[in-house]
Write a protein of this length. Structure first.
Length: 218
């Protein structure tokens, strides 16, 4: 029997490994993700390892077992489908759907998710640009290139943002949303500022913000 905390860990490991196309992550990455102590993370990893949900390799890192990966796929699929439903059908804003989707994902049967997926016309991405896995774990590509990796003169499309409420509220203030097109006008490496342009309007963002915005060159 799993509890919600265990499922949240499994989901995070999936996002940090499978979606980044790497095999192992360090436990300190999970500490940073959840803002937990190293001790509490290590205790949870030990528990998940005993349940055969993760494989832990000392001094190297942790990965999901096939059993753990299947659970993660179901949880992430549920969470992101509910995010699409809440925003597209009920009018929730993209910064306010996370908590409700978090609750709903833990109470969704496979049959409910299949019907929800069909009702939404089988979306490939959630409202933050994250891919929605199918029942067998296949999903559209995850975009990894950040705004800060581009060069002056590059044109790009915003295709994914981190699901962090403060970031999403900030983007709302700037009227920056998914699938908007911009051009890199200036990069100030000394002050860590990046200037982007949308039509005739300029925006100055910090590198910290730019690293949370994922793009596709156009």
């Amino acid at each position: 029997m799993r509890n919600r905390a265990e499922e949240d860990y499994i989901k995070a490991i999936y996002e940090l490994t499978v979606e980044r196309n790497i095999e192992l992550i360090k436990t300190n990455e999970l500490s940073e993700r959840f803002n937990y102590t190293d001790q509490s993370v290590n205790e949870m990893i030990k528990r998940l390892d005993e349940k055969k949900l993760v494989a832990f390799y000392p001094y190297r890192g942790v990965e999901l077992t096939p059993k753990g990966k299947n659970i993660a796929i179901k949880m992430i699929r549920a969470h992101r489908l509910w995010e699409v439903f809440l925003t597209k059908k009920l009018g929730f804003s993209w910064e306010s759907v996370h908590e409700d989707a978090e609750v709903l994902e833990h109470a969704s049967s496979d049959e409910l998710l299949s019907r929800l997926d069909a009702f939404l016309s089988y979306p490939k991405y959630c409202q933050h640009g994250n891919p929605i896995p199918t029942l067998n774990g296949k999903s559209a590509p995850t975009f990894h290139e950040t705004m800060t990796e581009l060069n002056v003169g590059d044109y790009f499309e915003v295709v994914r943002v981190l699901d962090i409420k403060e970031l999403l509220l900030y983007l709302n203030e700037k009227h920056i949303k998914l699938y908007d097109h911009f051009k890199i006008i200036e990069k100030d490496d000394f002050n860590h500022l990046i200037t982007i342009q949308n039509e005739d309007k300029n925006f100055i963002l910090s590198y910290k913000t730019g690293k949370m915005i994922f793009v596709k060159k156009i």
